[in-house]
Design a binder for this molecule. Structure first.
Ligand SMILES: [Zn+2]
Ligand SMILES: [Zn+2]
Length: 334
């Protein structure tokens, strides 16, 4: 490469932009942060200033009870940073408000994907393929075995289990930000308009999605209803509630879990999941490799997951790549 791109530095605690003294998704509190999306491992609280999409800032305000230092940047808008760096937020298709961040300094272009997926999702705009010199890509599901099936198939399994067990309920474990709302919106798209019951911990985030225009249909709180009300219904709860005492109030629950990790049988067994649903908000192996081909960067920097296999794929395909060792990111938000 002709340019050295020293204005962008991967550090253990995030991507650092020295001329702007600014971080992307830092895993500890800093003066100035750009945040790709609201999942806790990307959106820490306590920064001096936080630039993010208005949706992400709303999610952070809900989580951290403050919006001090919030700098809203809508999709397609550009924020001018010190040191001649422009930051443009582009849809990433991961969860409500999720963005890729395009950095441009004197025509040198770097994209940080944050978490992303390529498939249509009724809760957020679709990932936008944008040319750049360096693509900093996530690799949560960066192994060829991770191929996510069409979501319609998984939603179909869920509805079938419901139809087969009219006196029971199907309890779906799903993360409170993104996965829960996507599963509900996909159930509605599949024509399931019956009331869906929520664990209390899901309520506020579902309401926030509705405030941002995502239609979720009739949602009821489990706490307000009797066992008999919930027969033949879908109940959504955080994964941590799947096997705890709370679920005893439900009528003969069939336990399901919506996660990309449900591809791995052992993970389903660990959580006593009877109905594993392979539903992920991350790119699968094909989406990761196709995105590198379509964006066609001079170099790919791979982070946030299983870097080695994607690195090897890049080498086999004569593409320059390196693995970054960032710390403090987890796979909770699958
Ligand atoms: Zn995420
Ligand atoms: Zn993540």
């Amino acid at each position: 490469m002709s340019a050295d791109f020293s204005w962008i530095q991967p550090e253990p605690h995030g991507i650092y932009i020295p001329p702007a003294d600014c971080w992307i998704d830092p895993s500890r509190a800093v003066d100035k942060a750009l945040v790709t999306h609201g999942h806790a491992d990307h959106a820490r609280g306590g920064h001096g200033k936080t630039a993010a999409t208005p949706e992400t800032l709303a999610i952070m305000k809900l989580r951290y009870a403050t919006d001090a230092g919030a700098v809203p940047v809508s999709y397609g808008e550009t924020l001018r940073l010190p040191g001649g760096v422009d930051a443009t937020f582009l849809p990433a298709g991961h969860v409500l408000g999720s963005a890729q961040i395009l950095l441009d300094r004197a025509g040198e272009r770097v994209i940080v994907t944050g978490d992303y997926k390529r498939r249509a999702d009724p809760t957020c705009p679709q990932f936008q393929v944008t040319p750049c010199d360096i693509l900093i890509t996530e690799a949560t599901f960066g192994l060829p075995l991770f191929i996510h099936p069409p979501i319609e198939d998984e939603i179909g399994k869920l509805l079938q289990a419901l139809a087969d067990n009219p006196d029971a309920c199907v309890l779906v474990g799903a993360y409170a930000l993104g996965k829960a709302q996507r599963v509900i919106a996909e159930l509605r798209a599949a024509g399931h308009w019956a009331p869906i019951y929520l664990h209390g911990a899901m309520e506020r985030m579902c309401r926030l999605y509705e405030e941002w225009g995502v239609e979720l249909g009739e949602l009821r709180l489990v706490a307000d209803h009797s066992k008999d009300d919930m027969r033949g219904a879908i109940v959504v709860c955080p994964p941590s509630a799947l096997n705890d005492r709370w679920s005893r109030r439900l009528p003969d629950p069939i336990t399901a879990m919506a996660s990309g990790w449900m591809r791995v049988r052992q993970r389903a067994r660990q959580r006593n999941v009877e109905l594993p649903l392979i539903i992920s908000d991350h790119a699968d192996w094909h989406e990761l490799t196709r995105t590198i081909e379509e964006v066609n960067p001079q170099e790919s920097w791979i982070t946030h997951g299983r870097e080695e296999a994607l690195l090897r794929w890049c080498q086999l395909n004569q593409r320059r790549a390196r693995a970054l060792a960032l710390v403090g990111y987890d796979d909770e938000d699958d």
